[in-house]
Design a protein around this ligand. Structure first.
Ligand SMILES: NC(=O)c1ccc[n+]([C@@H]2O[C@H](COP(=O)([O-])OP(=O)(O)OC[C@H]3O[C@@H](n4cnc5c(N)ncnc54)[C@H](O)[C@@H]3O)[C@@H](O)[C@H]2O)c1
Length: 268
């Protein structure tokens, strides 16, 4: 991100899934201050509706595991505001810590929200972003998607999958004028860390504020590069993650073997 202080164009339209949670609220406040029109999509509750009202944002009921519901929400936003410029695929849960770390039911629940919810959300937003002349998809993954948490395999798989999806889908979307990026925060002060909060406090372990993450989420929209993963870490700030890559195949004469163009339509 070359211009971390850039702000989105006033009047543009953003949709945030999991929008009434910690990061969603902090992000909505920043976008509102930049005169962006914001819709928070989340599971339905009085608290969620009141949160959106307090932030001057619209509210859409959405369970991100429902593909058709993602499409309906995007259609409603477009119908109301005439366009959609940025989508934050941010809804997520961690493993509960209440069952065995390898519990299969919990694994399926976490992956349905944290990974399939991202895929459904990107698919639903894509035509609307194209109609707006291009736009941005920012996926909230996690450091757990880059370095797995030994206590939470389901979360680690889902977030690593989300990072892989962003990297793999980026060239296809970039060709359509859509920039997809991911923000990978370390532990941050939201409800999701409630079960761990005492341990962090006891160990004086530094956690991010939601606003530090929201700032990186805004920058990912305005200045993110296709397929990039932006780490946000307490005391460090925002750092673009450098993926290591893998060794290339070698020909029988020891030359680097290039992947055929048919498998790599966007070389370079
Ligand atoms: N806080 C952290 O330490 C941290 C670190 C790295 C990544 N993250 C990720 O950031 C994102 C936002 O989390 P947060 O920290 O704001 O936590 P949060 O618990 O405050 O917010 C999560 C939001 O997602 C919503 N949600 C859950 N299931 C949903 C579903 N099926 N459909 C729609 N919405 C659903 C919740 O209602 C809630 O509003 C998540 O993807 C989380 O995994 C959080």
């Amino acid at each position: 991100m070359t211009e971390p202080t850039a702000v989105p164009a006033a009047g543009s339209v953003a949709l945030i899934t999991g929008g009434t949670g910690g990061f969603g609220r902090a992000l909505a406040a920043r976008l509102r201050d930049a005169d962006v029109r914001v819709v928070l999509a989340d599971l339905d509750s009085e608290r969620a509706r009141a949160t959106a009202t307090d932030l001057g944002a619209g509210f859409a009921v959405l369970d991100v595991t429902d593909h058709a519901a993602n499409q309906r929400v995007v259609a409603d936003v477009e119908a109301e505001f005439g366009r959609l410029d940025a989508v934050y695929l941010n809804a997520g849960i961690a493993g509960s810590g209440k069952v065995d770390a390898l519990d299969v039911e919990e694994y399926l629940r976490v992956v349905a929200i944290d990974l399939h919810g991202v895929v459904y959300g990107a698919d639903a937003a894509r035509p609307a972003l194209r109609r707006a002349g291009g736009g941005s998809i920012v996926v909230t993954a996690s450091l757990a998607g880059l370095t797995p948490m030994p206590t939470d395999p389901a979360y680690s798989v889902a977030k690593a999958g989300a990072v892989a999806y962003v990297r793999s889908a980026a060239p296809v979307l970039a060709a359509e004028g859509i920039t997809i990026t991911t923000v990978c925060p370390g532990f941050a002060d939201t409800a999701i860390i409630d079960p761990l909060r005492d341990a962090f406090t006891g160990a004086q372990f530094p956690v991010l504020t939601a606003d530090e993450v929201a700032q990186a989420m805004v920058a990912a929209w305005t200045s993110g590069e296709p397929g990039a993963a932006y780490i946000v870490q307490a005391g460090v700030g925002v750092v673009r993650y450098q993926f290591k890559g893998v060794p290339s195949a070698k020909t029988s004469s020891g030359e680097r073997a290039l992947v055929p163009d048919a498998l790599n339509p966007f070389p370079g």
